[in-house]
Every structure is written in structure tokens, then in C-alpha cells.
Design a protein. Structure first.
Length: 209
């Protein structure tokens, strides 16, 4: 895209492509949200966005991603990539930062349609954005959060070299939940797959660099 090269940024791994979403991508992403992201009765998110009624959930998903793009500033940005596997949008992988040029720290968050869980794709898509952070943007550290009763997310972090960084007590849906903070240094990051970055040089200024 001539006027905003950021929208041409791509990250590829052996099985996945991550890109900032088109309107068609968001329509497909809303389908994944409606199909289910987690088991009934278990809430892996600090904000229980998946509990919205179906008509609101689909619209909220689209509006959230459009809002992140509209609010993008070099001093505060969040790239909510859609994750594409075999030509189909299967989930979302986010990475963001504040004052990145100085902090050199990013945070990540993600979700994946239930039909694609348990196949190692969550690890692969997180490895993709960590490679963007460390190899592409010269980050020093990356952080993540997962409730202590979410073993799948914690396992992804362990595979990629994260270490525990303390806990935080949260209240979600009226219940006490313990959030595990995690952190990985660039030198401890273990990338399990080849990752290629496409179109990054043209949009470095969007990341404050």
C-alpha cells in the first residue's frame, strides 16, 4: 500500500502467514470467534470478551481490530495480526509496545480457533512476532501473561524461553484469578521454526524507529 506501507508487512513461518487484517480477513476472524475460542465454563482472558452475545461478538471483534489500527502511533502501537493457515484465517496474534524506541520491550497476546488448537500453531505464531520484535525491531525483552490454570498458554511460553516474572491477583467474572507474568530476554528466546519478515524496512518509523 503506497500511503501506509505498514499494511504490507508480512511474517511467514513454515505453516503460517501473519498480516495486518483486511476487511475480508476480519469478517473471517469474526467467524472464528463465533465458532469458539475456549472450552465452555473456562475464561482465559482478563476481559471476558468471548461472553458477548453472538451478534455483538462478531461486530466487537471487527471493531476492536479496526480500532487498534486507527489508534496506531509510533509512541504507542499494537499490531493485531490475523494468523493465516492453508489460506484460512484461524486466529489473532498481537504484539504491542509503549515508547518502544526507549523501552525496547514488547508484550504479546493471542487467541486461536478451537479447531486449530493443540497442533503447535500457537507456539509458531508467537515465535513469529517474537522474531519480529528481536530480529526485526531490536527489542531487548518481551512479556506475556497467562492465568495459572491455563497450562496450554504457559507451555507455549516455556518452549520459547520465557521465565516467571511474578504473579498478579485479578478478579474476572466475580472470581479470584492468579495471573502469571512471564518475560523473555532476546538472548534467551528459543525460536523453534524459521521466520521471515517481509516489508519491514518501509514501516520502521511506524514502530518509533
Amino acid at each position: 500500500m503506497r500511503h501506509w506501507p505498514l499494511l504490507d508487512l508480512r511474517i511467514t513461518t513454515p505453516r503460517l502467514e501473519l498480516r495486518l487484517p483486511s476487511l475480508a480477513d476480519l469478517d473471517e476472524l469474526a467467524d472464528r470467534a463465533l465458532e469458539g475460542v475456549h472450552e465452555p465454563g473456562f475464561m482465559p482472558f482478563l476481559q471476558p470478551w468471548t461472553e458477548a452475545p453472538a451478534d455483538q461478538l462478531s461486530r466487537n471483534t471487527i471493531k476492536h481490530h479496526l480500532g487498534m489500527l486507527a489508534a496506531w502511533q509510533p509512541e504507542e502501537w499494537r499490531a493485531n495480526f490475523v494468523v493465516v493457515h492453508d489460506g484460512q484465517v484461524i486466529g489473532s496474534q498481537g504484539i504491542g509496545a509503549m515508547d518502544f524506541a526507549t523501552s525496547r520491550e514488547v508484550s504479546t497476546g493471542s487467541w486461536l480457533g478451537r479447531a486449530w488448537q493443540g497442533k503447535g500453531l500457537g507456539t509458531e505464531m508467537r515465535a513469529a512476532v517474537l522474531s519480529l520484535a528481536f530480529a526485526g525491531l531490536d527489542a531487548e525483552t518481551a512479556t506475556s501473561l497467562a492465568f495459572v490454570d491455563n497450562p496450554a498458554s504457559l507451555a507455549v511460553s516455556r518452549k520459547l524461553g520465557y521465565q516467571p516474572d511474578g504473579i498478579t491477583t485479578r478478579v474476572v467474572q466475580g472470581r479470584r484469578r492468579i495471573d502469571q507474568r512471564l518475560r523473555v530476554d532476546r538472548h534467551d528466546f528459543v525460536c523453534p521454526v524459521p521466520v521471515e519478515l517481509h516489508g519491514l524496512d518501509a514501516c520502521l518509523s511506524d514502530f518509533g524507529l
